[in-house]
Design a protein around this ligand. Structure first.
Ligand code: B12
Ligand code: SF4
Length: 568
């Protein structure tokens, strides 16, 4: 087999997560990944599709998922066995900081002549420190659109051309970090290729299913993603994907949209390969009513059978809900009011009211959505313990109002890290945050702490780290009891969540004790590791509560084969 020009590696959050007694906590309860954050960025597929259209061969290896799926899988031995023109590692999400740099270290140790490039939001933000302090990193490609710059970098490396001309590239010139201008910031997403068949072809070519799966549970709950936008018109204070952060860190002054026609086409093409929900990233109303109208008209004409999951960044009324219902067979909605309290929501940068959210829920439930998910968060500016308790109480009232079991509120902490680059991180003091980490090095130190309390890179003026942990477990138990009382989850499921949450709380106390007394014995650690691993998957809710469909990957096999044959 020819050596790939680029091998893209997705790290686990912490490379030795299998050996350490970690209590990562409910950091990933609301997403498909486990706390190892094994989901690779959608950008892996757009980079690979773009490069392949230019004649390069790209391999994707989800190291995190391979480690989760086989205890015997040894990342170092595997990296040693690889051959490539270049290694690419994502440091998109900051929680991967230790894992990404450890993978880079392994790649460099075994292949000193193969360049290592990092990319993603966090790598972009920390490019200078990465190149100054981590010799295993040769390059950082900055920004939210690196498909074309990556092509330029591969060409420059293969042909021995100079690196000055590669847009968005940070590199070392005579040993010192140098940053080329962040000049490739396309104003539309229409040139992006999202090839939903890529993963299937790569599985067959490299005979590697676990290395290509987006996340561990994907076989049971396959989901696809369609990206409407890079950038955002909103300015939520904690978010590194906000309007201010995009401008400050990724050179983007305004969002880039996928045209409504191409977006609808993406959703329809996803269905050729995958029988499962398609999650549309970005509120389709962000680009204006005309955009949303065109998108829904296009979607209708394509008669999509897969469930389509849309996001609402602001409340929506009956007309829009009916319009969505008229365009697809099955749909669900996600909204993140973060809190029941309008003042706290305003401080977080979301100036809409709970009444507006309720109207949206009513409109979409009336229009026939499969489910309406509501995400609440702990760790917001001005949010107190009492306010979190208020959110849980409010949830009961909501359930009582919308009784039919299609409304799903979730609550989780802002964890493990406050986003570097977001407004709360940049203006921590002014917005009431106290940071425990600001550099890459600081975050690596936190990432390997024994429990999620010590991993948190912040606390707020209103909630200390201890209070965030306490409020989280109490809110989790409160919400679980409400769901049980309302018959939304079975008695057994409620009991499981309760046992795990109480267990995790106890475990936290035991580890706190060990940390407070300084040294733990090996016996202590072995015992803690055993219990911790059983408590560490989901904590305050069950992963299945997030599943959009009952489809499994096996239901998708005939359509994958059919689609591949049609495209030959
Ligand atoms: C969609 C989304 C998700 C999806 C992920 C979909 C996916 N597989 O990519 C879901 C909902 C699962 C998710 C989960 C999480 N997310 Co999120 N997410 C977003 C969101 C809304 C949009 C991201 C997006 O548009 N991506 C498209 C573009 C920009 O990225 P991309 O195509 O994947 O990659 C391009 C570049 O980033 C770069 N790149 C990326 N990787 C690499 C690697 C190499 C080698 C190179 C060269 C380039 C490169 O090139 C790519 C192609 O041009 C942003 C907010 C925002 N407005 O941006 C938050 C955001 C990225 N998420 C964030 C966070 C914190 C998380 C979680 C950690 C939250 C949690 N605790 O559960 C998890 C991590 C999940 C995991 N890995 O398992 C933060 C990241 C902040 C930070 N610096 O760490 C953001 C900024 C905001 C937020 N708080 O939600 N997320
Ligand atoms: S959290 Fe707010 S700023 Fe961030 S992507 Fe969502 S709407 Fe935009």
């Amino acid at each position: 087999m020819a050596r790939p020009d680029l091998v893209l590696l997705h790290p686990p959050s912490v490379i030795d997560f299998r050996e350490k007694a970690l209590l990562p906590g409910p950091v990933s309860d609301l997403i498909p990944s486990t706390p190892v954050f094994e989901m690779y960025p959608i950008g892996f597929t757009t980079i690979a599709s773009h490069l392949e259209s230019k004649g390069f061969e790209v391999r994707i290896v989800n190291i995190a998922n391979k480690m989760l799926m086989s205890k015997r899988f040894d990342p170092e031995r595997f990296v040693k066995s690889l051959d490539a023109g270049m290694f690419g590692i994502d440091l998109h999400w900051m929680p991967h900081v230790q894992g990404a740099l450890e993978l880079a270290r392994m790649a460099k140790a075994h292949h000193p002549d193969i360049p290592v490039v990092l990319g993603g939001f966090s790598a972009s933000y920390y490019h200078s420190e990465l190149l100054s302090k981590y010799p295993q990193v040769d390059f950082v490609l900055r920004g939210d659109s690196t498909e074309v710059p990556m092509e330029g970098l591969l060409e420059a490396a293969e042909k021995g051309k100079g690196l000055e001309g590669v847009p968005n590239l940070s590199w070392r010139s005579h040993g010192a970090p140098k940053a080329n201008p962040l000049s490739h910031v396309p104003d539309t997403l229409d040139d992006i290729v999202i090839d939903y068949g890529l993963m299937v072809r790569k599985v067959l070519r490299y005979r590697d299913l676990s290395g290509n799966m987006p996340y561990r549970n994907w076989k049971a709950n396959p989901m696809s993603i369609a990206v409407a936008v890079r950038g955002c018109t909103h300015n939520c204070s904690n978010c590194a994907g906000s309007c201010d952060s995009f401008a400050r860190n990724f050179g983007r002054k305004k969002p880039a949209y996928r045209s409504p026609e191409l977006l609808a086409e993406d959703i329809s093409r996803a269905e050729e390969y995958i029988k499962g929900a398609t999650f549309v990233v970005g509120d389709v109303r962000q680009a204006g009513k005309a955009y949303a109208d065109r998108f829904l008209k296009e979607l209708k004409s394509r008669k999509v059978g897969n469930e389509v999951v849309i996001e609402l960044f602001t409340p929506a009324g009956k007309d829009f809900a009916q319009q969505v219902a008229g365009s697809v067979d099955r749909f669900s909605v996600q909204m993140s009011p973060e809190t029941h309290d309008d003042d706290v929501r305003k401080a977080q940068g979301k100036p809409y009211t709970t009444a507006g959210m309720e109207k949206s829920a009513e409109a979409f439930l009336d229009a026939g959505c499969n489910r309406f998910d509501l995400f609440y968060m702990i760790g917001l500016p001005t949010q107190t313990k009492e306010s979190v308790e208020g959110t849980v109480k409010y949830t009961r009232a909501l359930y009582e109002r919308f009784k039919d079991g299609r409304l799903f509120p979730f609550i989780s902490p802002l964890a493990p890290f406050l986003d570097p680059g977001g407004n709360s991180f940049e203006h921590a003091d002014a917005l009431g945050y106290r940071l425990f980490a600001s550099t890459v090095e600081d975050h690596i130190r936190l990432a390997t702490m024994p429990t999620w309390k010590y991993v948190l890179n912040y606390e707020t003026r209103w909630l200390s780290r201890d209070a965030i942990v306490d409020a989280t477990y109490s809110a989790g138990l409160g919400l679980n009891a409400i769901k049980r009382d309302m018959g939304l989850i079975s008695e057994e499921a409620a009991e499981r969540v309760e046992r795990r949450t109480i267990g995790a709380r106890e475990m936290m106390k035991r580890i706190d004790g060990v940390v407070a007394h300084g040294k733990a014995t090996d016996k202590d650690l072995d015992e803690l590791r055993e219990v911790a691993s059983r408590l560490s998957e989901s904590t305050v809710c069950e992963k299945e509560e997030l599943d959009w469909s009952e489809d499994s990957i096996y239901a998708s096999i005939p359509r994958m084969v059919g689609a591949l044959l049609r495209r030959k």
